[in-house]
Write a protein that binds this ligand. Structure first.
Ligand SMILES: *Cc1c(COP(=O)(O)O)cnc(C)c1O
Length: 712
């Protein structure tokens, strides 16, 4: 069987794969084993292999390979079992997975990290595939990309998170543009997750002190290639109903449940590693949600020395410059949530509360987990150069008397996992142009240099193919979304008729927080209409969720729907419901221009634009987050990133500049074709964007930066 880098729970994976293999025709056993690795998800031909078993079922079960094999009709399974081509592809993929797992661990520049002592990567959400919906947005997608890149680089890392049975909300937009929220249960048994058992063969049980209870938790293991991810879950009959709810949903509003989740992740996460026999070389906290891990790591009744030693093993990454994203709690509530844990950890309540205040001396200040994480980690970072600066300013109060520039918060700019986000045609072009194993060298600009020799014809063919695939996707999705809103059929089919594979396609998809300023795109209805209905038209694909409590964010969507019955809007502007990893991949592969309009400096990094530029799309963004370091004047377009004291004036200015860029530069450049039918200036910009942004924002660059600058 396949060797596993970290053995805890690996026997459970082997057993689950074996069990599934016995329930299907014998020849398909390799597919059952592959189903439990997720490595197929970013292997060439991996998704196609499962799709080939039963394309309809594959779509219907949300591309979940375990459900596919459990639910596909016997006739489909038998057909697959007799398909020699399919079996050969499965064998080749399994050989690739085995070779991948057999590689020795490579800690790179990291110190004190090895196969025996991996980095434990703590995060409240992980987004590596749509079939396990335990993520909400950017943070989860990034965490998923980091696990996959660590796997590709053979970097010893394990993930620690929570198994949310209901995940994040699902979104449906109604005919008035109002967001409806609903939740869907995921049964972990029917995903590539397995319950971890102990030495006695019974499911492992942990005890985590939350509020006044000893909460019982179990663990799930999911293999993301070489990287095991361990997910805590308290939905067990041993726990009272309100306790079972703790791990039900991501980012719940109720503060008591939130604090319980933080305790489960931080304290429970460290106990889980201990129970698994994993002694992490480093603990990498992402956001403050798991901050208590830094204290729990010191062991029970820890003294100063043990706490100081634990601090030397903790790295903290902050991902949000929005103050509301760093939640705080009244001291009474915190003490209640931790009433059982504090004495176990040997922590004085007052001293503990002081750790969570920016000014420890101020008893009137609320308690924040970010402050704990910053104080109890040996190093901290933001997620782009600019976010590093913003974070130093934002948290300067923790280091009174220290000049802003000397506040000890650095940065590692985010990156994206290329094999996950590249569309087939672009992947094929880059494989052919860059040679073997280029992905391991993707962070080196020299790797991308051969693009200089690729003919414009080839580059344009790739772009047309990927845009065409998106147009097909939008045609199908827009009809379904509109009919489900109760729209009349002619309206529902308007975009499906009009969306055109040769029309400039612009994407805007992201969390609909107010600061993302989606409304700038439609601020001037007249100019907006002219853009989409001229003889050089633009088609617009929008998607995104507003947090259920964010009424202003929801109003942004409603605003978009006011002009929906204008014929050109019905035809050329579509809003896709329920933005997720699946639709994100379609959008970033096919859009020609990716728009990002955050109010600076509130974008920590942003990653969706990186996904689009890797596919030969062009970025049009405020100079904030990653774009402040990515833009070079020729590889996309930029709006001023200056902060303004008057937000209304800033919005007006940015909106005018946005229209000017679209009308005067972007539309003409896209449609200006030479005698050979090629938009030469556009393609020069695409080439430049690929050659500059490709290496700079590859996840391999990010993971190696962590190794060199923070794990070393
Ligand atoms: C990449 C991604 C994000 C992050 O997008 P930004 O707005 O650029 O931060 C959010 N959601 C999903 C589903 C993604 O794939």
């Amino acid at each position: 069987m396949m060797p596993r880098v970290t053995s805890s729970g690996s026997g459970d994976i082997t057993r689950a794969a074996g069990g599934l293999g016995r329930r299907i025709p014998e020849a398909l056993a390799p597919l059952a084993r592959l189903a439990y690795t997720y490595r197929w998800a970013w292997a060439e031909g991996g998704p196609d292999l499962f799709r080939a078993v039963d394309p309809e079922r594959w779509a219907a079960c949300g591309e979940n390979p375990v459900r596919l094999l459990e639910e596909a009709p016997l006739a489909a399974l038998e057909r697959a079992a007799a398909d020699h081509g399919l079996l050969e592809r499965a064998a080749a993929l399994e050989a690739l997975v085995q070779a991948d797992l057999a590689r020795p661990a490579d800690p790179g520049a990291a110190q004190g990290v090895s196969a025996e002592h991996p980095v434990a990567f703590f995060c409240a959400e992980f987004g590596f595939h749509r079939s396990l919906p335990i993520y909400s947005g950017g943070l989860g997608a990034l965490a998923g990309d980091i696990l996959k890149e660590a796997s590709d680089l053979a970097f010893p890392l394990v993930g620690v998170g929570l198994m949310y049975r209901q995940g994040y909300f699902r979104q449906r937009i109604d005919a008035h543009g109002r967001q409806q929220e609903y939740w869907v249960d995921t049964d972990p048994e029917r995903t590539p997750a397995v319950r971890v058992t102990g030495a006695d063969g019974a499911p492992l049980r942990l005890s985590v002190p939350i509020d006044g209870d000893d909460v019982v938790a179990q663990l799930w293991r999911v293999d993301v290639g070489r990287v095991p991810l361990f997910l805590l879950d308290v939905d067990l009959p041993e726990n009272p109903p309100a306790v079972r709810w703790i791990s039900a949903r991501l980012y719940v509003g109720d503060p008591q449940t939130r604090l319980a989740q933080y305790t489960l992740l931080g304290v429970g996460g460290v106990r889980a590693l201990h129970a698994l026999g994993i002694e992490p070389g480093l603990v990498h906290l992402n956001e403050g949600h798991g901050a208590l891990a830094a204290l729990e790591l010191a062991g029970p009744h820890a003294g100063e020395d043990a706490l100081a030693a634990a601090r030397e093993r903790v790295i903290f990454t902050t991902h949000t410059p929005v103050p509301a994203g760093n939640d705080t709690y009244p001291p009474g509530q915190v003490l209640e949530a931790l009433e059982r844990w504090l004495p176990e950890a040997g922590l004085e309540p007052d001293a503990f509360l002081a750790l969570g205040r920016t000014d420890p001396q101020n008893p009137g200040e609320d308690f924040g987990v970010t402050q704990i994480a910053l104080r109890r980690s040996r190093a901290a970072n933001g997620v782009s150069r600019r976010h590093g600066e913003v974070a130093r300013e934002m948290w300067q109060g923790l280091w009174p008397g220290t000049p802003v520039d000397d506040v000890p918060i650095g940065y590692v700019t985010n990156g994206v996992h290329l094999p996950t986000w590249l569309g087939g045609p672009m992947r094929e072009l880059l494989d052919r142009t860059f040679g073997e194993d280029w992905l391991l060298r993707a962070d080196d600009p020299a790797t991308w240099a051969p693009l200089e020799q690729v003919a414009d014809e080839e580059l344009w063919a790739v772009r047309r193919a990927q845009r065409g695939a998106l147009v097909e996707y939008v045609r199908a999705r827009s009809v379904a979304d509109r009919l489900s809103r109760g729209e009349p059929r002619p309206y529902a089919e308007a975009a499906a008729r009009a969306f055109d594979p040769d029309v400039l396609t612009i994407g805007f998809a992201r969390r609909l927080a107010t600061y993302k300023r989606l409304d700038l795109l439609v601020r001037n209805p007249e100019r907006h209409l002219r853009l989409i209905s001229g003889d050089r038209p633009v088609q617009l694909v929008l998607a995104g969720k507003a947090h259920p409590k964010d009424e202003e964010g929801k109003r942004l969507v409603e605003g978009l729907f006011t002009g929906k019955n204008e014929p050109s809007v019905a035809e050329r502007v579509v809003y896709l419901d329920d933005y997720d990893l699946g639709s994100a991949a379609e959008l970033v592969r096919g859009c020609d221009v990716w728009v990002n309009l955050p109010r600076p400096p509130l974008e920590a990094s942003g990653t969706s634009g990186m996904k689009c530029t890797a596919n030969g799309g062009l970025h049009l963004s405020v100079l904030d987050g990653w774009w402040a370091e990515g833009y070079d004047g020729h590889n996309g377009w930029a709006l001023s990133g200056e902060t303004a004291s008057d937000p209304v004036a800033q919005d007006t200015r940015d909106s005018l500049e946005l229209y000017r860029l679209l009308e005067d530069e972007i539309v003409p450049e896209f449609y200006e074709h030479d005698a050979g039918g090629l938009p030469r200036a556009w393609l020069a910009r695409v080439r430049r964007s690929l050659m500059t942004n490709g290496p700079a924002f590859a996840a391999s660059r990010m993971v190696r930066d962590y190794q060199r600058r923070f794990y070393a």
